[in-house]
Design a binder for this molecule. Structure first.
Ligand code: 1YM
Length: 644
């Protein structure tokens, strides 16, 4: 192959891609597991855009044994003709220029919509190789990049075909990422979410490393999405769905919703052009406004409300809803640091009117269901009013004017700067004692939990609530629970769960997380909940009467630590927190400068519901099976993502 002549253009491009390699977090959020998966989303997004424009019904993601990932679609194929301005094929530009696509891409609704659609070039820049095959106009084409986006095989025709589509295969660069291990579950649930949002497009995942394979295809889209989210709940009504296209703005809205008994949370997920709007925005506000008006008007008409209007929160308790909007590009506005909040003002009116009109009609047409819904809302209202009364009374009584009564087991932090304070919930009194000695007394508080009361086989949450340990946690956190939970009142910026690295510890972790998920969800969604990761090994030796020691959190770290300490080392494998002394525990697990924390994240609705379902279900054997299969302490990752 002839050596390629670089032009000024190439230099500019390589500088661009070099910038991505220097600061990957700026483009994909982080260089950990989340960032790694971002590389896949970038390529899948392009395939999804193509399907959204009406080309191709199957999208296949394959995880290969060499650590690479490929994404294949059956669309028109990325353009291979020469771009006049640059003299280079379109496909080469797409993989080398940041933000390429905007100029060429003509689809009305872009899935990424300028959100995080930094494009295929970013994936290329962060890969050790990237192979692109395009089939279009009767021919197969191929080009290849290596080593962070250097073109090593320019576009060439490789043969004839009747097919059309694009195949991209890339291998993430080990130099960039802290892990290059693609997670089947993460990718599968992302594809499943896309399949729910795109009726009629089939998403296939094929893991050649393990032989695992799944297909996601939902003809009923959001209806099935809500059904799946509520799989383990007790529904009051069948899932209802509402769709409309606004004639003036051309905004397409689809909403599916369902009410469930014994569910005290509001679960609303929203999407704009197939991208999750995690922080809500105008469409979600419009939805809340519209549904509140519809239920109140219906209740009043039917004389069910005794002159007391329902508040929005009464109407949304036990409600699961998914809202999906398709907004033309010129109306798209996003806000917030992560651009996860829709700002488009008109979306408020569009969604509010749609749900008001359609839900009002639904209530009138489905009397039986309507009465059940109203009853549930009135129950919530009564509980809210009673809780508020109790709170007011408590406030005016003398006792409450003193500090909140805390458990005598709590070792409090001295600082009153609440958000800087950390609460360690520790498994066992003995580890609690060690933690107490090792803590920073200004900012760290210790609450030991006895393992046993939690570690029962039947854990209905109402039982848990009456459990002394749970009551202690609620009081200590100091912000109430359930509907009356108020994040403004929390007494700690970080709630850190610290358990042994064994199955019992994992059980306690998941119970606490499930408890927070049900009763203080905001605590998790606003990023206050963490899991401490104690080391698995201490590697040490004595040399000239001096102790040389290193800690390791996994097997890879163990190998590195052995090298660092040098020959003659001894290894201490920790079985529990209790085996560490206060200094060791401080150094490894508690001191912000040296510890590892995992921030609990619930960005992944289906995965979370699935896990909570299993963990909260009454079937103890399913739960045990899940714990045994999924909790691998050599690779810390259960419920949880994102190492901080
Ligand atoms: C496995 C990844 O990237 N498919 C894909 C990408 C494009 C097209 C088709 C496409 C788009 C358009 C016209 C258009 C892209 N094209 C561009 C650009 N799959 C994957 N399939 N023709 C083909 O939007 O007008 C960017 S992405 F910019 F070159 F048009």
């Amino acid at each position: 192959m002839a050596e390629r002549q670089y032009t000024a253009n190439d230099i500019h491009i390589l500088q661009g891609l070099e910038g991505v390699r220097k600061r990957p977090a700026m483009y994909i959020g982080s260089s950990n597991s989340m960032g790694l998966h971002h590389l896949v989303w970038e390529i899948v997004d392009n395939a999804v855009d193509e399907a959204l424009s009406g080309y191709g019904k199957n999208i296949t993601v394959t995880l290969h044994k060499d650590g690479s990932c490929s994404v294949q679609d059956e669309g028109r194929g990325i353009p291979t003709d020469i771009n006049k301005e640059t003299g280079r094929p379109g496909v080469e530009i797409v993989f080398t220029e940041l933000h390429a696509g905007g100029k060429f891409n003509s689809s009305v609704y872009k899935s990424a919509g300028g959100l995080h659609g930094v494009g295929a070039a970013v994936t290329n820049a962060l890969s050790s190789y990237c192979d692109v095959k395009v089939s279009q106009n009767g021919s197969n084409y191929h080009l290849r990049f290596e080593n962070g986006g250097h073109l090593v095989a320019p576009l060439e025709k490789t043969g004839e075909t009747k097919k059309h589509g694009t195949l991209v295969r890339f291998k993430p660069d080990k130099e960039i990422f802290s892990t290059v291990d693609f997670k089947y579950d993460t990718i599968a649930s992302h594809l499943q979410e896309s399949a729910f949002l795109m009726k009629g497009v089939r998403f296939i995942i094929n893991d050649e490393r393990t032989g695992q394979k799944e297909e996601f295809f939902y003809q009923d889209g959001l209806l099935e999405f809500v059904g799946r989210l509520n799989e383990n709940k007790n529904p009051i009504i069948p899932v209802a769905s509402f769709t409309d296209v606004d004639p003036t703005t051309h905004i397409e809205t689809e909403i599916a919703l369902q009410y469930c008994f014994e569910d005290y949370n509001e679960t609303v997920y929203s999407y704009v052009n197939n991208v999750k709007t995690s922080d809500g925005g105008t469409h979600e506000s419009g939805f809340r406004n519209g549904i509140t008006r519809a239920v109140n008007d219906f209740g009043e008409q039917q004389s069910l409300l005794k002159n007391k209007k329902l508040e929005g929160s009464d109407i949304r308790e036990g409600l699961t809803a998914v809202i999906s909007l398709k907004i033309p590009e010129e109306l798209l506005e996003f806000e917030g640091q992560t651009k996860g909040k829709l700002g488009t003002p008109i979306a408020y009116q569009v969604v509010s009117n749609l749900i008001y009109n359609k839900f009002t009609y639904y209530l009138a047409e489905n009397k039986e269901n309507a009465l059940q819904i109203i009853k549930k809302c009135i129950d919530s209202q009564n509980v809210r009013i009673a809780a508020r009364k109790a709170k007011d009374e408590a406030r005016s009584s003398k006792k409450a004017k003193q500090d909140v009564i805390l458990s005598d087991k709590l070792t409090p932090a001295q600082s009153k700067d609440y958000l800087k304070n950390e609460l360690f919930i520790v498994e066992g009194d003995s580890a609690g004692g060690t933690a107490k000695k090792g803590r920073d007394r200004i900012h760290q508080a210790i609450l030991p939990l006895r393992g046993k009361p939690l570690n029962t086989d039947s854990i209905a949450l109402d039982k848990l609530l009456h459990n002394e340990e749970m009551a202690t946690i609620i009081n200590t956190i100091g912000a109430g629970f359930g509907q009356s939970f108020d994040i403004e009142d929390i007494h700690y910026g970080k709630i850190i769960i610290m358990t042994d690295a064994d199955t019992d510890g994992a059980h306690i972790q998941t119970l606490l997380l499930t408890f927070f998920y049900h009763y203080m969800r905001n605590l998790i969604t606003s990023g206050h909940v963490f899991v401490a990761v104690p080391p698995l090994y201490r590697i040490y030796k004595e040399e000239n009467k001096k102790l040389i020691q290193e800690y390791a959190w996994d097997d890879k770290g163990l190998e590195e630590a052995k090298k660092k300490v040098g020959s003659g080392y001894k290894i201490n494998r920790y079985k529990g927190l209790g085996e560490m002394d206060a200094i060791q525990l401080k150094e490894t697990t508690m001191d912000p400068k040296t510890r590892f924390l995992i921030q609990v994240d619930i960005n992944d609705p289906i995965l979370v519901e699935k896990r909570v379902g299993v963990l909260m279900g009454r079937d103890a054997s399913v739960r045990r099976e899940w714990l045994e299969e999924n909790v691998d302490f050599n690779k810390v990752d259960t419920f949880i993502k994102e190492v901080k």
